[in-house]
Design a protein around this ligand. Structure first.
Ligand code: NDP
Length: 469
């Protein structure tokens, strides 16, 4: 019994997380379905090899860990996780903890908690963000499970997590599916962030006629201000990168068809299920789906002609000057939506999600890491606002930035350049801050065809319109 912890699945994420754990001084036993991979992993671990116990069988793995055993599963989400749990159960004893660190759907995680309930085994559903580099050098870690389980793995997780100015980016967020739910919303927000950046790129490329190198400098400048974030930083770096084959900017040779693995879509689905508007996230998911319809888009352009009208030279400077603020305003609205979804889920599943802490553990390690999240953490510390758009520190920011978002969306619409996420963010903001909306007409229509009744502005109770006569 030499290892403190075990890990199953030495793929991209698992191998890097195992090295990270070993490096922090925690001896780790590892097993992989393909044994050759386990052997090679241990051989290639160099000096860290002394902290790694490679195992050929699951029985060896169980025997190599000091009970009560924490075992991390880093395998593809879905059936594989259930298979691994089934295979492990006979080898484990009471108080061992299984930790699913993959991108599970939180509803599967809830089911697994139910299935293991009463078995004596503990379970943790853990969202890990930051990709390969995060796993190796410090990811953001979102933990769901019993507080007693968290306390038993806390030391290792704090040691391997990213740090933001000395604070570890890991926290226990709530029971059962809380960690995987928060990871799902993280990915939904990530989709929105990426999409809004891509829309700004589209305005610069097709509207303002900028070359990739010029755009790289712009994003780099923005990264020095309030938009400072990993995604803006890598966008600048991507735009500055040449294709070694052709010498062209690499973005110019990459096909405009984006993939997705489903977590962004889950965020949109859960938002809809809870009736929380998350339109910027939904627009970003839909934009990926539309991007995948390359052949249809090519055919449609032949039918309608290319939509784009370039901005006039005189207009170009004003357009570019507005983009930083437009992106900032869009970001506020998109994050307001993501946090509102978490707030609703927290109530529905009684998680008590600490939203300031969620923002705090996203400040480093994960893909959406940014300075902006520090402001969100403070906003939740200060006021517990009903919505980020109502938090005093964002009211001021939004008052300053929304006119630029408005002009940007208007110019994009006039030029025929699609900005679905930015325009969804603007429409959300405009709807949210409109005291007298238009649902009075919807209510009248519903009462007209379905006798659903309506409330009056000047009297209580349910009323009907005089339609039937
Ligand atoms: P990889 O494809 O790199 O690795 C998958 C691992 O799972 C391999 O070790 C593979 O073993 C093992 N595996 C696959 N199928 C089975 C099976 N049927 N039975 C047993 N083991 C199996 O995946 P990643 O490391 O990228 O992803 C792992 C998890 O982490 C996923 O849930 C993913 O969504 C999540 N994740 C990924 C991120 C990323 O940036 N890549 C970021 C955050 C989370 P073998 O060597 O035998 O094939």
């Amino acid at each position: 019994h030499t290892a403190e912890i075990g890990l199953i699945g030495l793929g991209v994420m698992g191998s890097n997380l195992a090295l990270n754990i070993a490096e922090k001084g925690h001896r780790i036993a590892v097993w992989n379905r393909t044994t050759e991979t386990t052997r090679r992993f241990a051989e290639d671990a160099g000096a860290l090899g002394a902290m790694i116990v490679p195992c050929d069988t699951l029985a060896d793995l169980a025997a190599a860990i000091r009970p009560p055993r924490p075992i991390i599963l880093m395998v593809p989400a879905g059936a594989v996780v259930d298979e691994q749990i089934r295979a492990l159960r006979p080898l484990l004893s009471a108080d061992d903890i299984l930790i699913d660190a993959g991108n599970a759907n939180f509803r599967d995680t809830m089911r697994r908690f139910d299935e293991l309930d009463g078995s004596g085994l503990a379970f943790i559903g853990m969202g890990v963000s930051g990709g390969e580099d995060g796993a190796r050098n410090g990811p953001s870690i979102m933990v769901g499970g019993a507080p007693s389980s968290w306390l038993r793995v806390k030391d290792v997780l704090v040691a391997v997590a990213a740090q933001y100015r000395g604070e570890p980016c890991v926290a226990h967020l709530g029971s059962d599916g809380a960690g995987h739910f928060v990871k799902t919303i993280h990915n939904g927000i990530e989709y929105a962030d990426m999409q809004m950046i891509a829309e700004v790129y589209g305005l610069l490329r097709d509207g303002a006629g900028l070359k990739a190198g010029e755009m790289a400098r712009l994003f780099q400048t923005w990264n020095g201000g309030r938009l400072e974030s990993y995604l803006v930083e890598i966008t600048a770096s991507v735009l500055a990168t040449e294709d070694p084959e052709t010498g062209d900017p690499i973005v110019d040779v990459i096909l405009d068809r984006a993939g997705q693995k489903g977590t962004g879509r889950w965020a949109a689905i859960e938002a809809q299920t809870m009736a929380v508007p998350a339109t910027a996230i939904e627009a970003a998911v839909a934009a990926r789906s539309l991007s995948a319809m390359k052949d249809e888009r090519v055919a449609a352009e032949a039918l309608y002609g290319a939509p784009v009208t370039a901005f006039s030279k005189a207009n170009r400077r004003a357009v570019i000057d507005d983009l930083e603020s437009a992106l900032y305003a869009g970001k506020i609205a998109a994050y307001a939506q993501g946090f509102a979804v978490m707030e609703a889920a927290s109530r529905e599943f009684a998680w008590g999600l600490p939203l300031a802490t969620v923002a705090r553990i996203w400040r480093a390690g994960c893909i959406i890491r940014s300075q902006f999240l520090d402001d969100i953490a403070r906003a939740y510390d200060e006021d517990a606002p009903a919505n980020l758009l109502a938090a005093p520190r964002f009211v001021k920011a939004m008052q300053d930035a929304h006119p630029a978002l408005r002009r940007t969306v208007a110019r994009a619409a006039a030029a025929g350049i699609p900005v679905p996420a930015l325009s969804a963010a603007l429409a959300y903001f405009d709807t949210y801050r409109t005291a007298r909306g238009t649902a009075n007409l919807i209510q009248a229509q519903r009462d007209y065809f379905g006798a659903h009744g309506f409330e009056r502005i000047d009297a209580g109770g349910a009323h009907h319109g005089p339609w039937s006569g």
